[in-house]
Design a protein around this ligand. Structure first.
Ligand SMILES: [Zn+2]
Length: 380
């Protein structure tokens, strides 16, 4: 065990400088070249602490995956630190909607909270240990994925493989209201619903038409009615598009649907119900594709023990760490659903993920980096 008295002072200005270097490299998920510029910077920083870095070339139009292994990683189970390099903000946000700015305790920037701040403080904690000549208590592996914000379709296999090689997974997603960590998350599914009718001249031959938008309207109401807050199930129709001209009875309409469920049983039930949609009007068709993307997980014994450990460390450092559940998903869904104890929301405190007021709280930088230092040196 390390002794808490042995933690030398961490410098908030130095931590913020490091975060801003990463924030200043814009990296939207759908721009592989931009995400790879971000990967270049992170790789350079990792090499700077003599980490063993593997870079897996991107595919399907996404950026590269970085895996950094500390001593002993891969040979015996240790700690996996999970981060994403991408953000939802397009290139140009820094010069337009959201420049980096500082106002008292608040520092604004695209992706500063979700999750460049968190990814950086975990890295900084490891760098701190290297500088001190101290080693983590278990082998540590860092993985940085390029497309978390759009579903992690190219990195999921690597996340799951690495999670199963390790004993614990720590996720650098942002802290929730008041600095809370995340110990349960809903599962999420995506569906595309297409309705088909029959086109006709809306004036001359209206009676021959079968309106696909009208059919979709029925389906939208059915889908939305599947929401059941008491059971923590939500079904939300987020996009609808259909039709061509006002004077044409539309032949086709398309909707995109978001499903959130608390567990696997609800996932199965809801996928069956959504895929089982049938037409309401005559001579119309309904086609549903899609399914679950990320599985949900609950706070099981392993997660509870990991959280209690972190809470005790936070108390020693001098702050109260609480936990919460989230309806949002992260790559922690993949590891936790495999039964690997996962603690999420260990990133910086702040607010405004995915908005143009995205911000971190400067005062959270040192305590939360200290928590990372302590987690990396005390987990057994
Ligand atoms: Zn995130």
């Amino acid at each position: 065990m390390t002794d808490k008295q042995n933690i030398p002072e961490l410098d908030a200005e130095e931590i913020l400088d490091g975060i801003l270097e990463w924030v200043n490299i814009e990296s939207p998920s759908d721009d592989a070249a931009a995400v790879n510029r971000m990967a270049d910077a992170v790789e350079r920083d990792l090499l700077g602490i003599r980490a063993d870095v593997e870079r897996i070339p991107g595919r399907d139009g996404y950026g590269d995956i970085l895996i950094a292994r500390g001593e002993g990683a891969g040979r015996r189970p240790g700690i996996l630190v999970l981060s994403h390099l991408d953000t939802v903000h397009p290139v140009g946000t820094l010069e337009g909607a959201r420049p980096v700015a500082r106002d008292g305790d608040v520092v604004y920037g695209p992706g500063i909270y979700d999750m460049k701040g968190g990814a950086y403080i975990a890295f900084h904690a490891l760098r701190h240990l290297v500088r001190m000549g101290t080693s983590p208590s278990l082998p540590v592996t860092f993985v940085y994925v390029p497309e978390e914000e759009v579903g992690s379709h190219t990195s999921r296999e690597h996340i799951e493989r690495l999670a199963l090689e390790n004993k614990y997974v720590l996720v650098t997603e942002p802290a929730r209201d008041g600095g809370k960590v995340v110990t349960s998350r809903k599962g999420a599914g995506d569906f595309e619903v297409v309705t088909r009718g029959r086109p006709a001249h809306a004036g001359a031959r209206h009676q021959d038409g079968r309106n696909a938008i009208r059919e979709m309207a029925h389906q939208v109401l059915r889908l939305e009615a599947m929401t059941d807050y008491a059971r923590e199930i939500t079904v939300s129709v987020g996009v609808v598009e259909g039709g061509t001209f006002p004077n044409v009875v539309p032949a086709e309409c398309r909707a995109l649907v978001d499903l959130r469920v608390p567990d696997a049983a609800a996932a199965e039930e809801m996928c069956r119900r959504i895929k089982g949609l049938t037409p309401v009007g005559p001579d119309t068709e309904v086609h549903v594709s899609g399914g679950m993307n990320r599985p949900g997980y609950r706070k099981d014994e392993g997660i509870a023990a990991l959280y209690e450990h972190a809470r005790a460390l936070a108390a020693e450092i001098g702050f109260e760490l609480e936990d919460t559940g989230s309806g949002g998903v992260s790559d922690g869904n993949f590891s936790a659903a495999l039964g690997v104890p996962t603690l999420d929301g260990l990133g910086v405190d702040g607010q405004g993920a995915h908005t143009d007021y995205e911000q971190l709280y400067y005062s959270s930088l040192v305590p939360r980096t200290k928590l990372w230092v302590r987690l990396l040196t005390t987990l057994e």
